[in-house]
Design a protein. Structure first.
Length: 245
């Protein structure tokens, strides 16, 4: 299984059959008779896939993008392999956010030829986060930025203080803050900031599983935001929750 996503009692997943080209996307009912709902071929050449689900659409991202109707697997549209860069994608309603080395491409999955770009010039390293009021937060290796998803307006950015003062890492929106998990801990920035981001104070839980001078790779930390809280899990089995309204 290459990737999976669950909605209600249905699990959607990708299978990759090495050397056979028999790659498939499947939907499996987890309740009742545990029956297979549908099974469709998937011809994307990428070695790995990401699945995203929103508003009845299942989006498979590899070297290209495939859009399916989640109910029965009907193909609704696609983008050819290599047509756009879409690393660490996010699906927000009908908009697919595709980070790349020169900003964010936003694709309308109901009409995949409709695309626009925001955050031009930003080499986006970590998966973006989207707030309830339509701001998208992105992180390069040195700074974090907030843009309007609808109009591309830049609202704020973290201070560019040079080496040792960089702010970068995995992102979530919790309450009114953008939460950034870096190698040593957590920073929170007010989403309502303008210009230079308002740092609400670094939050370093006592359980943070790292020794001084030995930062963790943020990409190794599993990190989600739910409501006013964020949850983190680490490779050594440690799980931390932080209240960050």
């Amino acid at each position: 299984m290459a990737d999976s996503v669950q909605s209600g009692g249905v699990l959607y997943y990708v299978t990759r059959a090495t050397g056979t080209g028999a790659d498939r996307i499947l939907a499996h009912q987890l309740t009742g008779k545990h029956s297979r709902k549908w099974d469709k071929p998937w011809d994307d050449p990428a070695p790995e896939a990401e699945l995203l689900l929103a508003e009845g659409r299942l989006v498979a991202v590899g070297d290209g993008v495939t859009i399916l109707k989640s109910g029965d697997g009907t193909r609704l549209g696609d983008i050819g392999a290599g047509d756009i860069t879409c690393r660490t994608p996010v699906l927000k309603g009908k908009e697919l956010l595709c980070p790349g080395s020169d900003g964010l491409t936003v694709v309308d999955v109901t009409a995949p030829r409709n695309r626009r770009s925001i955050a031009a010039g930003v080499d986006i390293v970590y998966r973006p986060a989207v707030s309830r009021d339509g701001k998208v937060v992105v992180s390069s290796r040195t700074r974090v930025y907030a843009f309007g998803l609808a109009d591309g307006r830049q609202y704020w950015a973290t201070y560019d203080g040079g080496e040792g003062l960089d702010v970068a890492g995995r992102l979530a929106v919790a309450g009114d803050n953008a939460v950034v998990v870096g190698g040593y801990g957590i920073n929170a920035f007010a989403m309502a900031s303008t210009g230079e981001a308002d740092d609400t104070g670094s939050r370093l839980p006592t359980e943070w599983p790292v020794e001084p001078g030995d930062p963790l790779d943020p990409a190794s930390i599993s990190f989600v935001g739910r409501g006013d809280a964020v949850f983190l899990s680490f490779g050594d089995g440690t799980v931390i929750s932080v209240y960050a309204p």
